[in-house]
Ligand binder design. Structure first.
Ligand SMILES: NC(=O)c1ccc[n+]([C@@H]2O[C@H](COP(=O)([O-])OP(=O)(O)OC[C@H]3O[C@@H](n4cnc5c(N)ncnc54)[C@H](OP(=O)(O)O)[C@@H]3O)[C@@H](O)[C@H]2O)c1
Length: 204
């Protein structure tokens, strides 16, 4: 497959590149800092670009089978970066005729995530949550085969290969998942789509 990776310099993104290469896919990493990509392969092309530039994104996206996004600004402050990113990506997907996309969002957007989640969305994540929800709504458009991946707290732990998946809610009792497992799920979902137009909860 030809996979287009956004957020490829981040922690999940690096796992996406590594697993994608292990599976023999052709990968394009579209990044703002190419020097941050240390992986080398004839199957990996690194392109410098701005994820808020729709025409450049459209041009680079053409010919790919699927976009995998682990994009995510670290700020907890009020911002529209995530929504702006979602809008730009949706436009580029339509204009490049690449219908398939998976994006990493966050489990705190599920309505029933327990008392801790309820508390966090009203405190620490209070300003970030509307922007994250905005990113999702920009992507959930007609004509786009989207999958939204909502992990709870991410860890740098090993791949368990035993993560649990649920459509439209977090798997029961799930509070953490490793970044490796999230990347593994996303590559598998690109290869064999089973959650098109679904919001997926993923947890150990
Ligand atoms: N931490 C958690 O427990 C948790 C839980 C649930 C969901 N999440 C979500 O999961 C996402 C991915 O996690 P992660 O650990 O892989 O994050 P990460 O290591 O911080 O990677 C974020 C990626 O987004 C890119 N990025 C950020 N702002 C950008 C901008 N303005 N323009 C272009 N690229 C930008 C970064 O690029 P640069 O390298 O160029 O900065 C990097 O590639 C997070 O963003 C978060 O929203 C996190």
């Amino acid at each position: 497959m030809r996979l287009f990776v956004l957020g490829a310099t981040g922690a999940i993104g690096q796992h996406l590149l590594r697993i994608g290469l292990e599976h023999g896919h052709h990968l394009t990493a579209f990044v703002r800092s190419p020097s941050k990509i240390s992986q080398r392969s004839d199957l990996l092309k690194v392109i410098e670009g701005d994820v808020f530039n729709a025409s450049r994104l459209t041009q680079c996206l053409a010919g790919h089978d699927c976009v995998l996004s682990a994009f995510g600004p670290t700020t907890l402050r009020t911002t529209t970066l995530r929504r702006d990113f979602g809008r730009t990506l949706a436009l580029a997907l339509r204009n490049s005729n690449v219908p398939r996309v998976e994006i990493v969002s966050a489990a705190f957007l599920f309505p029933n995530i327990g008392i801790l989640g309820y508390f966090l969305t009203r405190t620490l994540f209070r300003k970030m949550a509307p922007d994250m929800a905005g990113m999702e709504s920009e992507i959930m458009q007609n004509g786009i085969d989207w999958t939204i991946v909502r992990p709870p707290r991410l860890t740098n732990g090993p791949a368990t290969h035993a993560y649990r998946i649920a459509d439209d809610h977090l798997p029961k009792g799930g509070t953490v998942v490793s970044r490796r497992d999230v990347a593994e799920f996303m590559i598998g979902e690109a290869e064999s789509p089973a959650h098109i137009r679904h919001i997926v909860g993923i947890a150990r």
